[in-house]
Design a protein around this ligand. Structure first.
Ligand code: GLU
Length: 561
């Protein structure tokens, strides 16, 4: 079988061909990344094709999101739909649903050559045969019942509009698959049955469309996940029947959870369900999701909540959802360049223990010989550590810009509540500890909290900071109020000087004695950015309001016991 890519100067054209049936999975993103890198490193072209022939499951919205995700990752394509409108490249359309006349032409060729045939089996007939195979514990293969109908009759019935599919007439011989990562495998004769190439709805099946498109779009290299490996036999046979060259195939290992399970959407439901069970929660928190939906979901271990509901419920319970799709990583505040770097390491390595690199390096260095054969395990802690390192290596200005852009997209309410100076203080004081761009929005809810609703549950650290020692933190708080009222301007540096002097006088220079009670009073908890920044971010008025309410609330508690 000739492979055009055997010729060294054959142009490299790779393609990524997502089915827009949901969000782009990280595994898909990794395939796209490798396709992109291979083409970019060899002056080739990278094609994006949207495989939307499954009309029930595909959506234009999902295709748009996939393009957005790819663009966010920095993976630009030379041919494919142009998100700004129209398309790039001369081999379009790049949505398969718009290519039906093209598929028809090639189907016609197969029908004429008697390499394909109309089959009129009903769903009931096929179901019965499948059930019989199951009962006999043998693998089901289509028995070519369709071919018992004479050819002229088949053509006449199809022309008369009788519902039918078109099947490929699979030659009865072994098929050898050659894969640039996995090596060679031979499928014995009879393994591939007469599979369907056009469905009853008139749409081609994946196998047919992919073969026609790869050929017409000049895709000389086909990279995809290992789950498609066996499909390759069908594709090779179709290419032969249609007189197309064979591309070079490479199938990449899957990306799994560390425990070897599949990284799937279900993991998110699992994480929330585990928290609900552990806390013995029987009803959804107020303002989260519908109670009926909640109990139906809780009682069925396999049930999955609608994504928005899941996000709402997780937020109400403060559960961090495991990221599965590119969109999840983006929302969680990972940097796209870090995600690309990390994804590349899931299945490939440049050697020499090199782990940190950018997409330009990947494009220069990526080769199929170093792609691993076995599944990769997705190590979230390592990803988080990579992200932290990248954030720490950033300039304060770059971090500010990126956090602001992240906030504008995911936390507009947060930004709307803070002035520029407050926001800059928050970002700068959180920079060194931030593992993601999202973290500071998640951990600083105290800033958004309504002053009148802030509460001080008496947890262990609160008890220690407020009620212990002589004088107690609470009494120091009452005393420091006047200072806060009078300090002008109410700015971090100024507050530091003033409170330092105050501590020297009132608590033997031990600033911690007043800093922690103050922090609890103004944030409701023991953790926040440095106290002077925290105070400035809130502003005098809010600080005093919170202080007064805290004094009132905790004095009552202290008296009570
Ligand atoms: N549409 C297929 C998928 O998303 C693409 C497989 C291929 O690359 O051939 O799995």
């Amino acid at each position: 079988m000739p492979t055009p890519t055997d010729q060294p100067d054959h142009p490299v054209v790779t393609r990524f061909a997502p089915s827009p049936t949901g969000d782009l999975h990280v595994g898909g993103a990794r395939t796209a990344l490798f396709c992109w890198a291979y083409a970019r490193g060899r002056e080739g072209a990278f094609v994006l094709r949207i495989e939307d022939t499954d009309r029930k499951r595909s959506s234009a919205g999902a295709a748009r999101e996939a393009m957005r995700d790819l663009a966010w990752l920095g993976l630009d394509w030379d041919q494919g739909p142009d998100p700004a409108g129209g398309e790039r490249g001369d081999h379009g359309p790049y949505f398969q649903s718009e290519r039906l006349p093209i598929y028809e032409t090639h189907l016609e060729r197969l029908l004429e050559a008697d390499r394909a045939y109309h089959a009129f089996d009903t769903a009931e007939e096929l179901d019965a045969k499948r059930a019989a195979a199951r009962a006999q514990k043998v693998a089901y293969r289509y028995d070519r019942a369709g071919l018992e109908v004479p050819r002229a009759e088949r053509l006449a019935r199809a022309a008369a509009g009788e519902p039918h599919v078109i099947r490929f007439r699979t030659p009865d011989r072994p098929v050898v698959i050659t894969d640039a990562v996995l090596g060679e495998a031979t499928l014995p004769a009879g393994e591939v049955d007469d599979f369907i190439i056009r469905k009853a709805d008139g749409f081609p099946t994946y196998h047919f469309a992919v073969v026609v498109d790869d050929a017409l779009m000049g895709c000389s290299w086909v990279f995809r996940a290992q789950e498609h490996f066996n499909n390759t036999a069908k594709h090779l046979l179709l290419q032969e029947a249609l007189g197309f060259d064979h591309p070079t195939y490479a199938h990449f290992p899957l990306i799994m959870n560390p425990d070897g399970s599949k990284m799937s959407k279900r993991d998110k439901d699992k994480a929330v369900r585990a928290e609900v069970r552990q806390r013995g929660i029987e009803a959804p928190p107020p303002d989260s999701i519908d109670p009926g939906t909640f109990s139906a979901w809780l009682s069925d271990k396999k049930a999955q909540l609608d994504h928005d509901d899941l996000v709402r419920l997780a937020a109400a319970l403060d559960v961090q959802l495991p990221e599965i799709n590119v969109r999840d990583f983006r929302r969680s505040g990972y940097l796209p360049e870090v995600l690309c770097n990390f994804l590349a390491l899931n299945g490939w390595s440049p050697g020499d223990d090199l782990e940190k690199f950018d997409n330009a390096f990947l494009a220069r260095s990526f080769e199929l010989g170093r792609v691993q054969k076995t599944a990769a395990r997705f190590d979230r802690d390592k990803l988080l550590a990579f992200n932290l390192d990248a954030i720490q290596a950033m300039s304060p200005e770059a971090f500010l810009d990126r956090v602001r852009a992240h906030g504008e997209r995911y936390h507009p309410d947060f930004l709307a509540r803070l002035g520029d100076r407050q926001f800059e203080l928050l970002v700068e004081s959180s920079r060194e500890r931030s593992k993601t761009l999202d973290e500071l929005f998640r951990t600083n809810h105290w800033l958004l909290e309504d002053d009148e609703r802030l509460a001080w549950p008496v947890t262990k650290p609160v008890r220690k900071a407020m009620f212990k020692g002589e004088p107690t933190g609470l009494s120091l708080l009452a005393e420091v109020r006047a200072l806060l009222e009078g300090t002008e301007p109410f700015e971090s540096g100024h507050l530091e000087t003033a409170l330092g002097a105050w501590a020297a006088e009132h608590c033997e220079g031990n600033l911690g004695r007043i800093a922690q009670p103050l922090r609890i009073a103004v944030t409701g908890g023991p953790v926040s950015p440095p106290i002077f920044d925290t105070l400035e971010m809130l502003g005098r008025e809010r600080v005093l309001r919170r202080l007064d309410r805290c004094l009132e609330s905790l004095s009552a508690t202290e008296e009570a016991g």
